[in-house]
Write a protein that binds this ligand. Structure first.
Ligand code: MOS
Length: 726
């Protein structure tokens, strides 16, 4: 950590630097690039498992405007699904390779026409017959195996302490089974791509959170060198994990463009994405907790069963929420999974803690009640001094501060504590709280910066801005480090020709790319200090408003730059030993009030007070927006969102945003969002910690605990909808 950051730009609620482009429609999303592309439309499989027996395309080919119909019989050569790499984002995403169907909605043909309407109509003329097999669908505890790993880097089992003994020594226990449903990230911008080939060289403009692994995926899929691939994704309308990797839009656009030797655009429809886009798997969870009469947590056992898509190794681990939460004598977990004929089960915002923050925090609430303790007091009493899962020290730990501050702001101690004890007319009012804990990850990344002779700085990296404000926070970091005005900085992102980063995901994006940029700026300060005739440590020099200043010497940057060719520097970051030796988390606490209608059981979330600690805050406006978004997601997960699978076919029946209910404006109350700003030098050079997903963690837990407090009824089958309360 350094004293260079004085907060002139870092931390300020700077408006988004890309805001004017976005509100004027000038920010080009993937499907909006002005390229004369033919349009591809996907024909979906209508079975979950089997092979194509026949595919009849003549009628579609004869339809007006149709240029080609791609099927497994004539598509350009692609490597089979899963080949080429162990990493799920780098492995081949080959499609139309053979006639094998792994899941309902899988593309079986791409109809390419001059217009969308022509392609869409012709797609309805493709006739497919199948040799159908019985699919494996849904969770099956008896048919599950230990996952090879759990998302977030967690082992599939953890055995710290002697659970049986701790369980036996507990006076009070809970043994609870929860289910959480299939969900879908449902980014506003659907998965979209425009691909073009120039000989062996492939250029793709698409909507992608991580550029470098997306290039590797295309190389593995089409058998070409990474050097021959360029991927650009300058503006992204939300990803939430669903765009971490390449998907059917991009692979099919590239295949179509290769076949036609002409650019092809594919935009997945909302309904196709509900069947063929990445999902959150349905998960069954069994949580056993034990405590002694004085409220000492003794035993924690967290078991999960879920499903994996065929050939795509990803298992979500809700037990992440228990890993760093509360002191206990024994903490065991087991994550089991089963290969199923479902579409990609993959990362969805705050994988692990988004679910565990509901179930585990609800189980803790239930145990605290059995003990007869206030749920806040119970959590405070069981605050750990070391990480319960690993025994490692925490890099920082201010969960207690978050809880105490939130309780004060909310008025927690004054609330009526008995369930079902407060009424307003025909409404039952309840209060709930939960902890927010989310692993703070760092990845590798690098950056190049060029300061022109005219004093304009260009930042280049393949980092993406998925709507979170990356362009803005990187501008602020460079402005702070180099004493430049944001207007004198251009941030150039999401181009695979730029230095590689880990992109946006896992809440590591700002810390990783921001640190790489910071290190580049530090290197540039050294060059400028030398060029300016300073013989002292550049850290001792104040870079401000276009000058370098130390003691009684002030040098204008313009004077140093004017006779130069400009200055460039590179910077990089990788997670150091402090990410090995310490357990790194961001923290928070949620307090929430709900009203439940006594007649209809309609649930209204009425108030949220949430306190977050995520290290240094880079931009108070965008950070606030991220956290508000997390609360909205928390509401969706607790009381709205669920995908219903038709277990006969493996298709989803509520496959659009009319039938799949995300939380909307009307569902979101006044939310007080408070930051404790504790920069964390063990996290990275700028002291930030992950913030994007933090607020989602535990938000749903506070809601379901408040629903219990209002109604006296606990629901274990998420989401808590009115039919389950009635
Ligand atoms: Mo996030 S679910 O890693 O985009």
């Amino acid at each position: 950590m350094n004293d260079i950051i004085k907060g002139k730009w870092i931390g300020k609620p700077l408006d988004r630097v890309d805001g004017p482009l976005k509100v004027s429609g000038a920010a080009t999303y993937a499907a909006e690039h002005d390229i004369d592309a033919a349009i591809g439309f996907i024909v979906e499989a209508t079975i979950a498992k089997g092979t194509i027996a026949s595919i009849e395309t003549a009628n579609a080919e004869a339809a007006k405007g149709v240029i080609a119909v791609l099927t497994h019989e004539n598509a350009p050569k692609m490597a089979p699904w899963g080949d080429g790499a162990d990493d799920r984002f780098e492995q081949s995403h080959g499609v139309l390779v053979d006639g094998t169907i792994r899941h309902y909605g899988q593309p079986v043909a791409l109809v390419i026409a001059e217009t969308l309407e022509q392609a869409r109509h012709a797609a309805s003329l493709v006739a497919v017959t199948y040799d159908e097999q019985a699919p494996a669908l849904g969770v099956d505890r008896a048919d599950s195996e230990l996952a090879e790993g759990l998302d977030g880097g967690f082992e599939p089992t953890n055995r710290r302490g002697d659970f049986d003994q701790a369980w036996a020594e507990s006076d009070l226990t809970v043994d609870l089974n929860y289910t959480t449903p299939h969900m879908i990230p449902a980014a506003m911008e659907p998965h979209s791509a425009i691909a073009e080939w120039d000989g062996e060289r492939l250029t793709v403009r698409n909507s992608l959170q991580v550029i470098a692994s997306g290039v590797a995926c295309l190389a593995n899929t089409f058998g070409i060198d990474e050097e021959n691939i360029r991927v650009l994704s300058p503006y992204i309308g939300g990803g939430f994990g669903s765009k971490l990797g390449q998907h059917y839009d991009t692979i099919l656009a590239a295949a179509g463009a290769k076949k036609l030797n002409r650019p092809v655009k594919v935009v997945q429809t909302r309904r196709n994405l509900f069947h063929a886009g990445p999902h959150r798997a349905r998960i069954e969870q069994r949580i056993r907790l034990g405590a002694t009469r004085d409220g000492t947590l003794k035993a924690v056992n967290f078991e999960t069963w879920s499903t994996q898509a065929i050939g795509y190794f990803y298992t979500e681990g809700p037990m992440a929420s228990a890993a760093s939460a509360y002191r206990c004598d024994a903490l065991h977990w087991t994550g089991k999974t089963r290969q199923a004929n479902e579409t990609l089960n993959d990362s969805m915002r705050a994988p692990g803690e988004a679910l565990g923050g509901v179930t585990f925090e609800a189980a803790i609430d239930e145990l605290a009640e059995k003990v007869g303790m206030d749920p806040l007091e119970f959590r405070l009493k069981n605050e750990p001094t070391e990480d319960p899962a690993s025994g490692k020290p925490f890099a920082t730990r201010d969960l207690v501060e978050c809880m105490k501050r939130g309780a004060d702001e909310f008025g927690w101690t004054d609330r009526p504590k008995e369930p079902r004890s407060r009424r307003e007319g025909r409404k039952l009012i309840g209060y709930g709280m939960a902890s927010a804990i989310r692993g703070n990850m760092m990845q590798e990344g690098s950056c190049r910066i060029d300061l022109s002779a005219g004093g304009h700085l260009t930042v280049k990296m393949d980092m993406t801005d998925i709507g979170t404000g990356t362009y803005t926070i990187l501008t602020q970091i460079a402005a702070e480090a180099l004493g430049l005005h944001p207007d004198d900085i251009t941030v150039d992102l999401a181009d695979s020709d730029n230095p590689a980063t880990a992109g946006s995901g896992g809440s590591f994006g700002a810390g990783t790319s921001g640190s790489a940029l910071w290190n580049a700026c530090i290197a540039l300060r050294e060059k400028l200090a030398t060029a300016g005739g300073f013989n002292i440590d550049p850290d001792e020099i104040d870079f401000d408003e276009g000058t370098m200043q130390a003691g009684d010497r002030t040098v204008a940057l313009a004077d140093v730059l004017k006779d130069s060719d400009g200055f460039s520097a590179e910077g990089s970051i990788k997670p150091g030993e402090e990410h090995e030796d310490y357990v790194q988390n961001s923290y928070g606490a949620h307090f929430c009030e709900v009203a439940v209608d006594m007649d209809s059981c309609e649930i209204e979330v009425r108030r949220f007070v949430s306190v977050f600690s995520a290290g240094r805050i880079l931009n108070r406006k965008t950070a606030h927006s991220q956290c508000l978004g997390g609360l909205v997601w928390g509401i969706g997960g607790a009381i709205r969102e669920e995908l219903w699978m038709d277990e006969r076919t493996g298709g989803y029946v509520n496959r659009d945003l009319a039938e799949y209910h995300v939380a909307v404006n009307r569902d979101v109350p006044k939310c007080d969002i408070i930051f404790l700003e504790n920069p964390d030098p063990k996290s990275n050079p700028i002291g930030t910690k992950g913030i994007g997903e933090l607020a989602l963690c535990g938000a749903g837990g506070a809601i379901v605990n408040a629903i219990y407090n209002a109604t006296g009824k606990r629901v274990y089958d998420l989401p808590v909808t009115l039919d389950k309360l009635l």
